[in-house]
Design a protein around this ligand. Structure first.
Ligand SMILES: [Zn+2]
Length: 116
């Protein structure tokens, strides 16, 4: 069922990009760049798997999809160092603190629409 979740989101993204294309008189889009946070509920490989079905019969049919993964980083409240949440299982590797503030990793953004 996980895949259906992504498909719905990808269809929404495609609609958004189509609207941008219409507003800007673009007939063809070369590349679509998405930024996906490592801690978001979106899984890049599922997004990629859903993409061909979502763009079928739209102006994005030949558009390349590029996904940039944003690391899930946090700043430790005890020692102020930045570390990757996922790699360190939510514990600061410098001082073992579990008190931190999330800096990035929950993004799901259309970063760029590249047209000819
Ligand atoms: Zn720390």
């Amino acid at each position: 069922m996980k895949k259906l979740h992504e498909l719905g989101v990808v269809i929404e993204v495609v609609k958004t990009v189509e609207n941008v294309a219409v507003e800007n008189d673009l007939s063809k889009i070369e590349k679509l760049v998405l930024q996906i946070g490592e801690l978001s509920s979106m899984i890049p490989k599922y997004i990629e798997a859903c993409y061909p079905a979502a763009v079928d019969n739209t102006i994005l049919e030949d558009t390349k999809l590029e996904i940039e993964v944003i690391p899930g980083n946090a700043m430790c409240k005890s020692c102020n160092k930045v570390f990757n949440i996922k790699e360190n299982n939510g514990t600061c590797p410098h001082c073992d603190s579990k008190a931190w503030e999330l800096l990035s990793g929950k993004e799901f953004v259309i970063k760029e629409i590249v047209a000819y």
